[in-house]
Design a binder for this molecule. Structure first.
Ligand code: ZN
Length: 160
């Protein structure tokens, strides 16, 4: 496993659309391993492949309930609404409020190429939406309804 370099806002790769994974091969497994290691190293809650310079539809998430690896994730259902504070490993030091669904159901492939279904609520729903947005070149700052000031920054959540 290896730590990969996290691309920062301004890097045009973050604005590109990622391609679907057609075969879960060794390169994808290595990518998943490296992404998880990189996410944990910087204490993030999620990481999408374009953030490490790879335009593939791959994300890793850990909101505190263990590692979730998703290949070709698609949001199949979203319900409710939440306004959540978000940050991003690619946009250090910036935090904003983003409106997200309260619950989502996401379909994806796991590392064995098997179809899986993930239900996320609260922070997990937020993380799923945030990471899947990365795969379409969307950053949370595009959707933020308000940015936090310095005082509010003291009680921030994890970057993803
Ligand atoms: Zn992000």
């Amino acid at each position: 496993m290896a730590i990969r370099n996290i691309r920062k806002e301004g890097d045009e790769i973050l604005r590109k659309k990622s391609r679907e994974v057609t075969e879960v091969n060794d390169n994808i497994l290595i990518l998943l391993d490296d992404m998880a290691e990189t996410m944990y190293k910087v204490n993030g809650a999620g990481l999408a492949a374009p953030q490490v310079g790879v335009l593939r539809r791959v994300v890793v998430i850990d909101t505190g309930d263990g590692l979730v690896e998703l290949i070709n994730p698609v949001i199949r259902k979203q319900t409710g609404k939440q306004t959540a504070v978000e940050g991003c490993l690619s946009i250090p030091g910036v935090w904003g409020e983003v409106e997200r669904p309260a619950n989502v159901i996401v379909e994806a492939l796991d590392r064995n190429g098997e179809k899986i279904k993930i239900e996320g609520e609260g922070f997990m729903a937020q993380a799923l939406c945030h990471e899947i947005d990365h795969l379409d070149g969307i950053l949370f700052t595009d959707k933020a309804i308000r940015f936090l000031d310095e005082e509010e920054l003291e009680k921030t959540e994890q970057e993803s």
